[in-house]
Design a binder for this molecule. Structure first.
Ligand code: M6R
Length: 590
């Protein structure tokens, strides 16, 4: 989604803004722009398409400026709609949605003001100009008092050279300080490596940045900035020899599991969550996209291992179900970014009704983490590729650890040991999964693809399908294998690729029935299995044998070859696996 950067200090701002925007590219965007202040003028350059189009703007003068990558919501991705928006003496960049922009815009237009974009954001620049009484921060406070919705705002003003004013409400914004001066960004990775310390803003806070210092306010009350060091892992964002971030992040899965093995099950937060789960009348899990699939996989583990009922709901639908919540309900909100607006809204809904909210997040300084009663970090490290890979497996590791730990407390032993084997098995799986590279050509030429499995394998099928469509744009469906003949089989024709996932001895024959049904209709069937006996079955176009683990944990391994398949098909179809069209790394609007 949209990204914000800003800088004020002694250096020329434009090259630093450009470098910051390059770091935000992974978020997904369709236009970009920067504005600097110099000689009492606001200089602006905006482009559609890639940030690289702003390279020439690095020559803009000024030691103070703001920049933006826009993911279109209100109005097409055009230069006019790109940020920064300038009106009068102000230039602004905005993340979030101004929900009451229509009425505010009508009010401004009634006064004869002309708008140059279709965005909800431009109205902020108009209001600033109208409410300005000679003080930049005061104008921003007055403006925010009439805004409804969510915003991270960075504002520069011709009359206040060398200053940037900030406001945050339900959309992340972080200040950074380093040797060159003061920085700001919507995402921490954009602040590395220039900043040694950061100060994330909370909702309702305002800040004023100058080359000399940072002033932070809750409403009108000045407070001390909360500086924390920028951790090493948050700075490592290179590809380290890999062709793409996605390839690198899949390769990191064993190390992520290895790292988390030491930490999981320990720590006070984990113990408190375990106790809450033991006492819980039910578990609710809310999440979106891949994180939702982690929730589905976790349901199998939680219910099988602990016999505590677990319901999994797509976060955007949670509130409309009017969920039954008690003070004994534990809500697990699963999110890599911790900034997914739907997941945050669902968590807030549950919290307001008395449930205990646990955030299972990668970004521990996120909005969701701040809102939750408890936080369990998944420790995947920065994930840059839009397609979630290592974070999915890390989410599973945390959820499985929780289930295993509750089971052990209930007297069901052995599940923790099985979990400890996952890092080594994942290493073998990443190696074995490379075999799927040879399958890509069959998918590249296809019109659609299908993924099937039973039990926990049906969740892997869903996730494999999402990964494929997301980065290769090939229409794809994931199904419980038994459902194929209830409708989807009608879509299978000669050479349609079907991937079957098979990791449970108990369910093997039934899954193989579906394989044969698809084969009989001309499908090319590819098998991902931990049961070598089935890998040589006649009629398979390809098979990949992965190591065996406890059935209940198999999604953590079986997904790896499917992530690799999506990657190879994406390349075969000439797509950019790291930056799929129309998608954003964190979806900060509902
Ligand atoms: O940051 P979150 O985990 O809350 O994101 C949820 C989804 O937007 C995310 O998993 C999305 O589906 C990914 N692009 C999938 O690869």
């Amino acid at each position: 989604m949209c990204g914000i950067v800003g800088y004020v200090g002694k250096r020329r701002a434009a090259p630093l803004l450009y470098a910051g925007l390059k770091k935000l590219e992974y978020r997904g965007y369709d236009s970009a722009g920067i504005a600097t202040l110099s000689s009492d003028m606001v200089w602006v350059k905006k482009v559609t398409g890639h940030v690289a189009g702003l390279r020439g703007a690095a020559s803009l003068e000024g030691t103070c400026g703001i920049g933006h990558t826009r993911w279109a919501t209100h109005g097409a991705p055009t230069e006019a709609n790109a940020h920064p928006h300038v009106y009068g003496r102000f230039a602004i960049v905005h993340n979030g949605i101004i929900e009451n922009f229509r009425s505010l815009r009508r009010m401004c237009e009634a006064r004869g003001e002309e708008f140059s974009s279709e965005t909800d954001s431009e109205v902020v620049a108009h209001l600033l100009e109208r409410l300005y009484r000679g003080d930049l921060l005061d104008a921003l406070r007055r403006t925010c008092s009439v805004l409804k919705g969510s915003y991270a705002l960075a504002v520069i003003c011709r009359d206040a050279p060398g200053a940037i004013a900030l406001a945050r409400e339900k959309s992340p914004l972080v200040i950074g300080r380093g040797k060159l001066g003061h920085f700001l960004a919507s995402d921490i990775p954009a602040l590395a490596p220039a900043c040694g310390e950061i100060c994330p803003l909370s909702d309702g806070e305002f800040a004023l940045l100058t080359g000399e210092g940072v002033r932070l306010f809750t409403g009108e009350r000045e407070i001390a900035p909360r500086w924390v060091p920028l951790a090493r892992g948050e700075k490592e964002t290179g590809k380290e020899g890999h062709a793409h971030y996605m390839e690198k992040e899949i390769a990191e899965i064993p190390a992520v599991l290895q790292r988390s093995r030491g930490g999981l099950g320990e720590g006070e937060a984990f113990s408190r969550v375990r106790e809450a789960v033991i006492r819980a009348d039910r578990i609710h899990i809310v999440a979106c996209g891949t994180a939702y699939h982690a929730g589905l996989a976790a349901k199998y583990a939680i219910e099988r291992l602990t016999r505590i009922p677990a319901e999994v709901t797509v976060a955007s639908e949670y509130r409309y179900l009017d969920p039954i919540l008690t003070d004994k309900t534990v809500l697990l909100a699963v999110s890599q970014s911790g900034e997914t607006a739907d997941t945050i809204a669902a968590a807030r809904h549950a919290k307001e009704r008395g449930a205990r909210v646990v955030a299972i997040v990668n970004e521990i300084r996120s909005t969701l983490a701040a809102l939750a009663d408890e936080r369990l970090p998944i420790g995947a490290g920065t994930e840059i590729a839009v397609a979630a890979t290592k974070s999915y497996v890390a989410q599973l590791a945390v959820l499985y650890s929780l289930a295993a730990s509750v089971a052990e407390a209930q007297g069901r032993r052995g599940y923790g040991d099985a979990l400890a084997e996952l890092p080594d098995l994942a290493r073998e799986t990443v190696r074995a999964g490379k075999a799927v590279a040879g399958w890509a050509a069959h998918f590249a030429a296809a019109r659609s693809a299908y993924f099937i499995g039973r039990g926990a394998d049906s969740v892997t099928a869903l996730e494999g399908s999402l990964k494929l469509k997301e980065i290769s744009y090939l229409p794809s469906e994931g199904y419980p294998a038994g459902e194929l003949k209830h409708g989807t089989l009608a879509l299978i024709e000669e050479n349609t690729p079907v991937v079957a996932v098979l990791t449970s001895e108990e369910l093997a024959e039934k899954t193989m029935n579906a394989v044969h049904e698809a084969r009989a209709r001309g499908a090319k069937v590819f098998l991902v299995t931990s049961l070598p006996a089935y890998a040589d079955e006649r009629g398979l176009t390809g098979s990949a044998v992965i190591p065996r683990c406890a059935d209940v944990y198999s999604p953590a391994l079986a997904v790896i070859p499917l992530q690799q398949l999506a990657y190879f098909v994406s390349l075969a179809r000439g797509c950019d696996p790291d930056r799929p069209r129309n998608l954003a790394k964190s979806v900060t609007v509902e």
